[in-house]
Ligand binder design. Structure first.
Ligand code: SAH
Length: 213
């Protein structure tokens, strides 16, 4: 599959839809216009890639809806060179959006099949996260902390303490919290011990699974 003018035209339309739905950060909309979402999906979905919908990827997981990706990215407020940790690499689409915003991205996936597939895809496409890791994101990545931003792309029944502790002062954790439905939640680290918490709308994610070992 290739990226063509037809695809970039569809991305422009998608960016307009996201703007109308309330995504106001111009850099986030530019990233949506830049990343060829159809290449992150099975070719059978190509015709649907620029609809504002989630789709199945491998291992019973989904590529998040573009609105959700844009909403989380906007909340993360990425600046160039920020160190960002992503939990739930999945298709790699969210990773590519973060790279487009010039972040240094560390991304973790717990499904081996997806991890392998997406890692190969990144190198084929020339996307360069700092690290693509196979493992349990519940624990974060202490050896690379602190992070200016942490984004969780699966629904967390509760907020993993490790992730809060790995935020830089001023750093932001964007995490959908809940079991059936999730409330998009932003934590901003104000000091060593203080966190400001804000809640946004309701979303639906595949579950963040903890490896109990
Ligand atoms: N950002 C992805 C979203 C994929 S869905 C995309 O846009 O394609 C969420 C992903 O989180 C799934 O791939 C799932 O396997 C992964 N996941 C769930 N629990 C996890 C955990 N504890 N650690 C790392 N990844 C996890």
């Amino acid at each position: 599959m290739r990226d063509t003018l037809k695809h970039s035209g569809l991305r422009n339309k998608l960016a307009k839809i996201l703007l109308a739905k309330g995504i106001s950060d111009a850099k986030v909309l530019d990233a949506i216009r830049a990343i060829p979402r159809h290449l992150f999906m099975d070719s059978s979905f190509e015709g649907h890639a620029y609809q504002d919908k989630a789709f199945p990827i491998a291992a019973d997981q989904t590529i998040s809806q573009p609105y959700t990706v844009a909403f989380q990215t906007q909340l993360l407020a990425v600046r160039p060179n920020d160190k960002i940790l992503e939990i739930g690499t999945g298709s790699g689409y969210q990773t590519a959006i973060l790279l487009q915003l010039k972040a240094k991205v560390y991304t973790i996936e717990r499904q081996l099949e997806l991890f392998k597939k997406t890692k190969i895809f990144f190198s084929k496409m020339g996307y360069r996260p700092k690290k693509t890791i196979f493992g349990d994101g519940y624990k974060g990545l202490p050896e690379e902390a602190p992070f200016q931003g942490i984004i969780v792309t699966a629904g967390a029944p509760e907020v993993p303490k490790a992730l809060l502790s790995q935020l830089d002062i001023g750093g932001r954790l964007v995490i959908p919290v809940g079991s059936d439905n999730q409330i998009m939640t932003l934590f901003v680290r104000k000091s060593e011990k203080e966190f400001e918490k804000k809640e946004y709308g309701s979303f639906r994610f595949v579950p963040l699974l903890e490896d109990k070992n």
